[in-house]
Design a protein around this ligand. Sequence first.
Ligand SMILES: Cc1cc2nc3c(=O)[nH]c(=O)nc-3n(C[C@H](O)[C@H](O)[C@H](O)COP(=O)(O)OP(=O)(O)OC[C@H]3O[C@@H](n4cnc5c(N)ncnc54)[C@H](O)[C@@H]3O)c2cc1C
Length: 374
Amino acid sequence: MNLDSTLKPVLTVAGEYAAHVDAEGRFPVEAVSALAACGLLGLTLPERGGGLGAGPQEFAHVTGELAEVCGSTAMVYLMHVCGAMTVLAAPPPGLPSLTADLAAGRTLATLAFSEPGSRSHFWAPISQAKRNGGEDVRFTADKSWVTSAGHAGLYVTSVLSADDPGTVDLYGVEAGMPGVSVTGSFRGLGLRGNASAPMRFEVTAPDATRLGPSGAGFALMTETVMPWFNLGNAAVSLGLARAALKAAVQHTSTARLEHTGQTLAELPTIRARLARTSLQLEAATAYLRTAAASIAAPDDHTPLYVLGVKALANDTALTVTDDAMRVCGGAAFSQHLAIERFFRDARAGHVMAPTADVLYDFYGKAITGQPVFG
Ligand SMILES: Cc1cc2nc3c(=O)[nH]c(=O)nc-3n(C[C@H](O)[C@H](O)[C@H](O)COP(=O)(O)OP(=O)(O)OC[C@H]3O[C@@H](n4cnc5c(N)ncnc54)[C@H](O)[C@@H]3O)c2cc1C
């Protein structure tokens, strides 16, 4: 498979609708359909299960390329892959065709982890499942932000375990189950099309829809979700940064001060700022590639890359998109350069859990020999 030629038509569609998706705050249905049609929703699922059998490096590439044209589409894609990889790690026996449906793009997945009570501490749901007779649990879980809310077919949902309330369980909750509802709307500063609305899951869930054995949720979140999410989220951040910088270089290289005969890029302060921000982006991109390679072939250093890659990329994207705004002046403040969209979209990455500041704390604990979740 030639990944770039598979991706090309998706990028065309995503690019065509990106400005409307942002302006209207509407879900990028066209781009998500295009991703499903060309098999990319199954990118990282094994070929024997109907996927394309690719790994973290290809995933980071695709996610970053999507972000360069439409941040909302890239985030929807990232959440789908995270949901799909969690299902792959612990397929719920009661949903036997799920992996094939995710691979074929018949089902869009997402994660319903964050709760108003524990805020960005996604690993610590407050919602409590209770035994409902023999092989079912019942829970009411209010989730504060769910990307693709109302559009996904599968919500990987976290609750405190009915069997041991000190542990976490993940359930595969299908959109059609009674008691699944979107309880608000999403109007964000950026990523305005990704439908990250609050949801309520007031459901009876069979044990057979749980991912893994009872109490396995925390390990799935930290060992499966975190590597894929942090890597993909980093790729989104750097894709947005790349798009902003390209637009800034293009604008400053062509916009002229007619009375001096210079382009903006001929001003030493502007070209120096472009140089500095470009080098920051190059350095973070090199780190992202190293992190992706490490996640693809894990060793003792991989946990640090998992913690470091998202924080570094999120903060690099904040700086690069800010610099892109600055060197382009009022032209960037208006919408025709699209830089302000990349600037707004890039502000989401560092507040998405695990937040950049939480990751710095975890990374600091890891390098000083303290327990990360202690
Ligand atoms: C566009 C978007 C899409 C999202 N999609 C999803 C989704 O699909 N599924 C999902 O489950 N969630 C999703 N979220 C929620 C996200 O993952 C976070 O849970 C949410 O953004 C946290 O917001 P908050 O106001 O609760 O942050 P708070 O937890 O209140 O954080 C406020 C500040 O405190 C800092 N902070 C908190 N704890 C610590 C600590 N221990 N050390 C240092 N600093 C700390 C944070 O870094 C932040 O700067 C999404 C969020 C956004 C913005």
